[in-house]
Design a protein around this ligand. Structure first.
Ligand SMILES: [Zn+2]
Length: 95
């Protein structure tokens, strides 16, 4: 006598999925920092200690120290140019 207790639990399927989640844009997080150097000093990240990560315009930017973060906060556009162009393939290479 073998009790066949093989009950497939396909009963109450919870339909509690996404009550109002229609906006599925690029909300996956910031783009990772493409370089391994500090955009301010050009120092290799990690050589001065733990790098500091800042998220700006959806981009991750890493700095070698707090001083560089301060400089970046004052004048972010130059660094952001650098970071963004590092993500995109440069149209004119070589030369
Ligand atoms: Zn620094």
């Amino acid at each position: 006598m073998r009790p066949t207790a093989l009950v497939l639990g396909l009963t109450a399927t919870l339909t509690l999925i996404a009550a109002g989640c229609s906006d599925r844009s690029a909300a996956a997080g910031p783009k990772p920092y493409p370089l391994n150097t500090c955009p301010i000093t050009g120092e290799k990240l990690g050589s001065m200690g733990e790098p500091i990560t800042v998220i700006k315009d959806g981009y991750e930017v890493k700095f070698c120290c707090q001083e560089c973060v301060d400089k970046f906060t004052k004048h972010p556009s130059k660094v952001m140019d650098k970071v963004k162009s590092a993500h995109e393939p440069t149209p004119h290479m070589g030369g």
